[in-house]
Design a protein around this ligand. Structure first.
Ligand code: IPE
Ligand code: IPE
Ligand code: MG
Ligand code: MG
Ligand code: MG
Length: 420
């Protein structure tokens, strides 16, 4: 009995130490800007130096026990650590380890999100597609881990709402905004997935007969068409809740304060001062004729809330996740706001001019329904000008980051050129 108790206590203590050490390694990674900058020799050397200094305080015997397993579970893009070997090797021969870190083998990194998105030859669209596949994979895992049991009707409806289409633009923005501040894509994937869950819930509800009454979404039947209305409502509810469960999980970020901050950013953008209020204004204009003649200002506000809020929050969340400074965070937010405006004008233009087969949802509905859009107020040509202006503003705001922000600049341009 006593031996079992002692063994359990020892295991518990080890688990605790392991978790603390893991957190420490992750934080060191964040502090030295580990992630996007990992290819730079100086970043890796800084990481190693900080790691070695941090580890010196730990007992060697424990470090031996933690070994490679710890590195591999770290989730900090340490595929290259596989070549380093056990932690005690790192301690015993730091120089040799640093040398091996400086030249990570491609085969070790192959298949990791960093490797997939680290290919400099990819075009923007290829990059967005590659990120979408990574997000799909993570969403599917998270649904299996945290969603209802497989076989439940609710699980199938959530699956339908989330998987099988979608550009994954919001999670892409989370990942790319985090990358701007040196975070590896794998470290941003969970938070990114949470933003997509909120987006997918909003689409399932937006398509309901009581709202936009749509039958097609992403080239497939909408959730209430594939299932029924009450299932679509409940699947949406569960997705919204799941988003916050994902954000709260330690796997999303090692620092509880950062997770709380992400939850705050997400909640604020999705709720009654954000997307839901925007949807209220959108439907009040359409169904109640309020206001009787919506002004351009009213429409911009409505669109900033219903669409811009979550997009801006995705950019801001990436910055928060990667530990950006408050002024950098504010830049990302402003960029996301212009991007959001552009995104909804483009959506309205696609509704007015797009081909339903390409867009993946019914088109030509906004004017019939009497939606308050800039297209209906100022016409297609002027709306195009507004769209171009919003894209230019988004680009201009990123100027302080220079070439580092090239992908986000392209993301802004993409909002205007997209075909769905
Ligand atoms: C559609 O969003 C709804 C809007 C907010 C305009 P997306 O165009 O991002 O839709 P998916 O996720 O790619 O299907
Ligand atoms: C949807 O706007 C905004 C949200 C889902 C919050 P729309 O109603 O214009 O989007 P689509 O055209 O149905 O995708
Ligand atoms: Mg709508
Ligand atoms: Mg709609
Ligand atoms: Mg629309």
């Amino acid at each position: 009995m006593r031996a079992v108790a002692v063994h359990r206590l020892r295991r518990l203590a080890l688990d605790q130490l392991e978790m603390r050490l893991l957190d420490r390694i992750r934080l060191i990674g964040h502090e030295v800007g580990f992630g996007r900058g990992w290819r730079e020799r100086a970043v890796r050397q800084r990481f190693c130096g900080a790691l070695l200094r941090g580890l010196r305080t730990w007992r060697l015997v424990l470090l031996r026990l933690l070994t490679l397993r710890l590195f591999c579970r770290g989730g900090i893009d340490c595929g290259w650590a596989l070549r380093v070997g056990p932690v005690h090797t790192l301690l015993a021969s730091p120089r040799c380890c640093i040398r091996s870190l400086v030249a990570p083998s491609p085969e070790v990194r192959q298949g990791t999100p960093s490797a997939v998105l680290g290919n400099p030859r990819m075009t923007f669209v290829q990059r967005l597609g590659a990120a979408a596949r990574l997000i799909d994979q993570r969403l599917s895992e998270l649904l299996a881990e945290c969603g209802p049991e497989k076989g439940e009707r609710l699980a199938a409806a959530m699956h339908h709402a989330v998987l099988g289409g979608g550009k994954r633009f919001r999670p892409f923005l989370v990942v790319e905004s985090a990358a701007l501040f040196g975070m590896a894509p794998e470290a941003a994937l969970d938070a990114a997935a949470a933003f997509e869950c909120v987006h997918c819930y909003s689409l399932a509800h937006d398509d309901l007969p009581a709202m936009d009454d749509d039958d097609m979404r992403r080239g497939r039947p909408t959730v209430h068409k594939a299932f029924d209305e009450w299932t679509a409502i409940l699947a949406g509810d569960a997705l919204l809740t799941l988003a916050f469960e994902i954000v709260a999980r330690p796997a999303t970020h090692p620092a509880p304060a950062t997770r709380a901050e992400i939850a705050l950013v997400l909640a604020h953008s999705a709720g009654g001062r954000g997307m839901v209020l925007g949807q209220m204004l959108d439907l009040a204009a359409e169904k109640r004729g309020e206001p009787a003649v919506p002004s351009a200002e009213h429409i911009r506000r409505l669109q900033a809330l219903k669409t811009g809020a979550l997009l801006a929050a995705s950019c801001e969340a990436g910055a928060v996740l990667a530990g950006a400074k408050s002024d950098e965070r504010a830049i990302l937010r402003r960029y996301g706001e212009w991007l959001g405006l552009a995104f909804q004008i483009a959506d309205d233009l696609l509704d007015a001019e797009g081909d339903a087969a390409v867009v993946g949802k019914a088109t030509g509905k906004d004017s019939t329904a009497g939606k308050a859009t800039l297209v209906s107020l100022i016409g297609i040509a002027a709306a195009r000008d507004e769209l171009a202006k919003a894209v230019r503003e988004a680009e201009r705001i990123l100027a302080p980051f220079g070439d580092q922000a090239a992908t986000l600049v392209e993301a802004a341009r993409f909002t205007a050129s997209r075909g769905n």
